[in-house]
Design a protein around this ligand. Sequence first.
Ligand code: ATP
Ligand code: MG
Ligand code: MG
Ligand code: MG
Length: 470
Amino acid sequence: PSMTTAEIRSAFLSFFEERGCKLYPSSSLVPDDPSLLLANAGMNQFKEYYQGKKTMREIGATSCQKCVRTNDIDIIGSDGRHASFFEMLGNFSFGGVSKEQACAWALELSTQVFKLPIERLYFTVFTEDDEAFEIWRKLGVAEDHISRLGEDDNFWAAGPTGPCGPCSEIYFDQGEEVGCGSPDCHPGCDCDRFLEFWNLVFTQYDRQEDGSMPELPHRNLDTGMGLERMAAIMQHKSSFYDGDLMRGLIALGEEISGVSYVADDYDGPSRSLRIIADHARSVDFMISDGILPGNEGRGYVLRRLLRRAVFHGRLIGIEGAFLGRFIDAVNEAMGDAYPELLKNDALVKGIVDAEEERFSGTLDTGRVYLDEALGGLADGAVLDGATAFKLHDTFGFPIDLTVEIAEGAGHAVDIDGFNREMEAQRERARANVKGDAWGSFNDVWTELSDSVSATEFAGYEDEELEGAKV
Ligand code: ATP
Ligand code: MG
Ligand code: MG
Ligand code: MG
């Protein structure tokens, strides 16, 4: 059967409510937790339950959580399954639901409610988790559909410290024609064939600053199912950009740019259409939750997403402001489920328009300068660091934007040279505290590239953002 995104959302939540889990609304994207930049999983709002600081009367909880993941920013648009903003359906328990029960429910929902054929489902467990392996086997899963994956895939942690534990993931086999085509393709492969749609985390440890992992007060359960991914499966689409929720945003991009969307084009203009559609959702939800564009922390993530969307609009030939129309389209598609979007509509559009205008100006002037520089290069020659630095310093071009444009024209960029110029500028700024020439320059990209290492991006968030392509 085919199900809409809204139907899947409500089927999931009712399933767990009927089994005694209490329904919680999504928390804000701004977490009530200083160790976390943005809400990135359903369990965020339940952290204190895991830690035993709070207790719940019911056996468990269920929710549909708004998530933004910065670690995926790089790959957005280049595959059919990663978004920067997505909804995570989940069920949670803090000692009230056993591992067997959790797996049984996941299998029941997948095969009885969503009616996915069990032959197309694959399961992974953590290398050392024999218990989970046995559970799936006893539930009737064929042994050759269960595999073991190591820490990277199957050990979950909320962050550098805090609740963590082994995972078991459920994958849907989209068929050979969808993926990399390699005979070695397997659940956990980077391609889209085996689509991970559900992750069951058996959160049983609480990692400390010193790396030790004492048991949490209870054996906890934290599961997350990607709504967009399940929608794609239920709608027989190998990419969620072709599902009911995103298709309208892609179509809007086609209409404004005149570019036609090609589902399996992952490098060209269709990648830009996906990036714009995806980033528009993040921008809308982030501003609605009170985040403003800025130079550090979540404001920086927002600004980066917003400007990247504008940049990709230019890449596919859109002239003039366009992001506001995407905000309208997101609101139309999602305002029923998220009334905060409608409530904050005017605020969001005002901010988006102002940012877009400001960025478009520098982008256009910088682009002329860059195109001239590239035009003067021999075929395949490297763009020098001084020019890349001037683009950064005078026109507010982030280095990764310069690299992306230069690569498109067949030129690499001298990154070492660029870094030397940056360092020299810092020296000059230090020598000249008033910094007239340097201090007057206030484009955000310069400030933010400096602030990334200096401020809130300590720990894993820093790694996630570093190297993210514009
Ligand atoms: P992947 O390996 O595909 O990057 P993940 O293992 O990082 O996914 P989890 O942390 O296990 O994802 O999150 C639980 C579920 O949330 C996933 O099984 C998936 O359905 C969904 N999900 C995770 N990241 C994204 C994303 N960037 N876009 C859309 N859905 C996502
Ligand atoms: Mg991931
Ligand atoms: Mg995974
Ligand atoms: Mg996972």
